[in-house]
Design a protein around this ligand. Structure first.
Ligand code: BTN
Length: 275
């Protein structure tokens, strides 16, 4: 009989990622470490030390992985992508918010194009497969009122994860769980960055999502769904209708009026379950 000698499919390190990004004009540096507190925090330190726009910080595990709204992002080794892209765009700070949606779109496209996974976006930037979250994005910015010093876009993708912590077991999934086989994290991470590079150029033409609206909307899974908007001033229910070029969610109220809500000020929950 035959004996298959299997090549390891998921070797994850700096050169595996770098070699797949040689054609990139966006990525200036790929830094990889076995362990860091949080790739976002690391990227901010690098920014403070003068690291250029286009620095990509990648880690095998995080000891203080951060989620949105002060939550913890569980970050064990061996299965996930934890990466943060440092950018120094010449834009006004008020035009930075859509960039987090640009990354969400890029992850959804990379999952669809490279792995044939039907990935959708739960506004603003959770990437979802089969109704479960596969990726989260956390964007942080250091800006003056009229000047962006830098921003860091942190992406966490569940790639080869088989077991999730109890708290998220029902709402989380991974590429390997969906596909039934292990996939290359380096390949996926590079594909995400390549998609981002293409989308980022389009975003920069208008500092808005104008040129990406159709692509985003096509992937958005909460269009025409009932949502509950929980803002600081107001709580209301309505139907999600799409987004505007600023990346705000357009919510139609029962009386027909449409309110644009932004990710920073509200949390939007589907009335039925996670999506
Ligand atoms: C969310 O709550 O959905 C956002 C999760 C963001 C997680 C990623 S993992 C890489 C980067 N480093 C962090 O500490 N957080 C982001």
């Amino acid at each position: 009989g035959y004996r298959m000698i299997e090549a390891p499919v998921d070797v994850f390190n700096a050169s595996e990622i770098k070699s797949r990004l040689e054609a990139s004009s966006l990525i200036q540096k790929v830094l990889y470490t076995e362990e860091t507190d949080s790739t976002n925090t690391w990227a901010k330190r690098l920014a403070e030390e003068g690291s250029p726009s286009g620095t990509l910080a990648v880690a095998e595990r995080q000891t203080q992985g951060k989620g949105r709204r002060g939550k913890v992002w569980s970050s064990p080794e061996g299965t996930s992508v934890y990466m943060t892209l440092l950018l120094r765009p010449e834009i006004l700070p008020q035009y930075a918010a859509p960039l987090t949606l640009v990354m969400g779109l890029s992850v959804a496209q990379a999952l669809s194009e490279t792995l044939r996974l039907p990935a959708g976006i739960k506004w603003p930037n959770d990437v979802v497969v089969s109704g479960k979250k596969i990726c989260g994005i956390l964007t942080e910015m250091n800006a003056q009122i009229d000047y962006v010093e830098y921003l860091v876009i942190g992406t966490g993708i569940n790639v080869n994860t088989q077991e999730f912590p109890d708290e998220i077991r029902d709402v989380a999934t991974s590429a390997a769980v969906q596909l039934g086989h292990i996939v290359s994290r380096a390949e996926l991470a590079a594909a995400v960055i390549r998609c981002f590079e293409k989308n980022y150029k389009i975003y920069l033409e208008s500092c808005s999502l104008k040129g990406l609206m159709e692509d985003y909307r096509e992937k958005m899974i909460n269009v025409n769904r009932e949502v509950k908007v929980m803002g600081p001033g107001e709580v209301f229910e309505g139907v999600a209708k799409g987004i505007n070029p600023a990346g705000e969610l357009l919510v139609e109220r029962p009386n027909g009026s449409v309110t644009a809500v932004s990710g920073g000020e509200v949390s939007v929950r589907g009335i039925y379950g996670y999506v």
